[in-house]
Write a protein that binds this ligand. Structure first.
Ligand code: SF4
Length: 293
């Protein structure tokens, strides 16, 4: 819970504030960009909500914040209604789970509702209001884990929903040694006709991405949109395994068709498949340009 006595001085006056425990994960800034801004390497409120839409977005960010660093001076009466809005619809039956976990440095996780079994993509916090909503939406058949950094509460979700967890063997460690489906090698793995897991070593050795319906690409920490660069990019300075391998993986990924990039960190991006191909080429050119750095 955020504490008033830790309220950052950089917040503008008003009900909503960020306290000094913020880990600067960026979540609140993309969820409620008219309210939160980075100031002095942490988030702060630069504009208090002045309509219901902004207020709801700010409270959604409050619930999503991995460190409970966002607070309100007066208890928000509408918080139960905001809780019931999660997971937040993105497009069709694809949702943003919210409730980011500190254990994955605030990475986003997603939920796909499908007739043949729902998928949780990376792990949010295992927290009662979200668990209840996921039950109402039909539970979880598979918990797909993009890579070892974003597994958070995977065991609690497995124990509660009985879902099979999927992770590449090169990213398995003592905490994930008992996952049910262990992927191997570099060949794509068709989990179902509409679900393709594509190995993309680079950020970590066992990183994979998930392509759903040839439209939605869940990218973990492999690929994201950068507001600063104004194009797709990879995390050059947060690449734990091999930048060279990451570049090779990205070249392979550019051969696939998709319309959405839904990352763990960084911003999401949507366009038509033709333009996405162009954006992938821009990303690759940029990656080549920073390879020596
Ligand atoms: S979501 Fe929380 S931890 Fe992340 S930047 Fe915002 S206030 Fe900081």
């Amino acid at each position: 819970m955020a504490l008033l006595n830790k309220r950052r001085l950089q917040n503008t006056e008003g009900d909503i504030y960020v306290d000094s425990t913020c880990i600067n994960c960026d979540t609140c800034r993309w969820m409620a960009p008219t309210i939160f801004q980075e100031i002095d390497e942490q988030s702060a409120v630069y504009h208090q909500p002045d309509n219901e839409r902004e207020r709801i977005a700010a409270l959604q960010a409050l619930l999503a914040c991995p460190t409970a660093s966002i607070g309100t001076v007066t208890p928000p009466g509408e918080i139960k209604k905001v809780q019931e809005g999660f997971p937040l619809p993105i497009a069709e039956t694809v949702y943003h789970c919210g409730y980011h976990s500190k254990n994955s440095y605030g990475a986003a996780s997603y939920f796909i509702q499908r007739p043949d079994g729902n998928i949780l993509v990376d792990s949010p916090r295992f927290i009662a209001p979200l668990v209840k909503r996921l039950e109402e939406l039909g539970g979880i058949r598979y918990l797909y884990l993009t890579h070892k950094d974003d597994v958070a509460d995977h065991l609690a979700f497995h124990n509660h929903f009985g879902c099979e967890r999927i992770l590449h063997e090169d990213d398995i460690n003592s905490q994930t040694s008992d996952v049910e489906i262990k992927l191997s090698g570099l060949l794509p793995f068709a989990l179902a006709p509409d679900l393709l897991v594509i190995p993309v070593p680079g950020h970590t050795k066992g990183h994979t991405v998930l392509l759903y319906q040839n439209r939605f690409l869940f990218t973990g920490d492999h690929l994201a949109w950068s507001e600063e660069l104004n194009h797709l990019y990879a995390f050059r300075w947060a690449c734990w395994y091999s930048w060279r391998e990451l570049l090779i993986s990205m070249k392979r990924l550019a051969n696939y068709s998709f319309e959405w990039v839904l990352p763990g960190h960084g911003r999401r991006y949507q366009t038509n498949s033709t333009n996405m191909q162009k954006q992938m080429q821009i990303c690759l050119e940029w990656m080549e340009s920073v390879s020596g750095k």
